[in-house]
Design a protein around this ligand. Structure first.
Ligand code: SAM
Ligand code: GPP
Ligand code: MG
Length: 297
């Protein structure tokens, strides 16, 4: 059997999905990275309500909801608060997808453990197709969909987001939530542009380096090394979109909105060591947390 072939029948949810080989050695590294990922900062937050995210939070911290962090109850409240901010980030992204109907199909490019896919289905009642390089993540996301009995609407598959099996023009909207720093942006937006219907909406929330700073700062380099990713500049996003029939309708600098999340996270027992790089680079202006929503024209 050719293991590079992917099942392209989108209606056959119960058909076992054959796992494609990663296209490049780098993608093999990224698949292994996410297959092996089990950080408490992600799993314990997901355990709060069963929505498992691999992105960061936005919004004001509700200090009244936080107890004394020294005792166990305080730690639990802090985890719930970090999770609330991460879910608020996903809701904010979904709020930029436009009018989505129950019969529409959405694409989550780099879907992780599927938290945003579940939220999208719960919000719009539509189908959501996700792709990730990690078989462990896809299994996890599909397991959650089965537990929620929404497996006929929410499905993750192991697939390269630069070459998906989805039909041309089949998606009403698509997004990357903190997953575009693993791919070439021209290749990425060419594929979104192909899969999106004309008039469809593309949204990304991403960290990008700020061309006004000059070059990627040492903090940005540290984040790249930590996650084995390649953070692009804001300019690259806008240029690659323009080259692929994606016309920005909203560009929102979420940097001030994500800083409270990081400052709270830095006080928790779940720190991973990357907190200072985010806080310092957001504060020195070398790095930005951005939402871009674009129309496929
Ligand atoms: C930081 S996680 C974000 C997960 C998810 N978007 C979320 O918000 O929870 C990055 C994701 O991008 C995926 N990814 C990276 N490169 C990819 C590629 N070429 N094709 C498909 N998925 C990819 C990883 O497998 C991982 O699921
Ligand atoms: C904004 C940028 C540059 C993001 C890089 C991509 C990334 C690893 C996101 C968070 O994943 P995670 O939730 O698994 O990370 P953590 O364990 O730090 O919470
Ligand atoms: Mg996380």
């Amino acid at each position: 059997m050719d293991s590079s072939v992917i099942n392209t029948d989108l209606t056959a949810a119960s058909t076992p999905l054959r796992i494609p080989r990663p296209s490049t050695p780098y993608q093999g590294d990224i698949a292994r990275y996410w297959d092996g990922e089990a950080r408490p900062v992600n799993l314990r937050l997901g355990d709060v309500d069963g929505l498992y995210h691999h992105h960061y939070g936005i919004g004001e911290v509700d200090h009244a909801a936080l107890g004394d962090a020294e005792d166990g109850a305080g730690e639990k409240k802090l985890i719930a608060e970090l999770h609330r901010l991460e879910s608020a980030q996903a809701e904010y992204l979904l709020g930029h997808l436009g009018d989505i109907g129950r019969d529409d199909t959405l694409l989550d490019a780099g879907c992780g453990r599927g938290g945003s896919m579940v939220m999208a289905h719960q919000r719009f009642g539509c189908k959501v197709e996700g792709v990730t390089l990690s078989a462990k993540q896809a299994d996890f996301a599909n397991g959650r969909a089965r537990e929620l009995r929404i497996q006929d609407h929410v499905r993750a598959r192991v697939c390269n987001m630069l070459a998906t099996p989805f039909e041309t023009g089949s998606a009403a909207a698509s997004w990357n939530n903190e997953s575009s720093m693993y791919v070439d942006l021209h290749d990425l937006f060419a594929e979104h542009s192909r899969v999106l219907a004309v008039g469809g909406r593309y949204v990304t929330i991403t960290g990008c380096w700020n061309p006004r700073y000059g070059q990627p700062s040492k903090w940005v380099s540290q984040i790249n090394a930590h996650f084995e990713c390649n953070i692009h500049s804001r300019r690259e996003y806008l240029r690659a979109m323009a080259d692929n029939r994606l016309v920005p309708q909203a560009v929102v600098d979420l940097t001030p909105d994500t800083l409270p999340y990081w400052e709270l996270r830095a006080t928790s027992s779940l720190v991973t060591g990357i907190e200072d790089a985010f806080i310092n680079s957001y504060k020195d202006g070398s790095f930005q947390y951005l939402l871009i929503a674009a129309d496929r024209v």
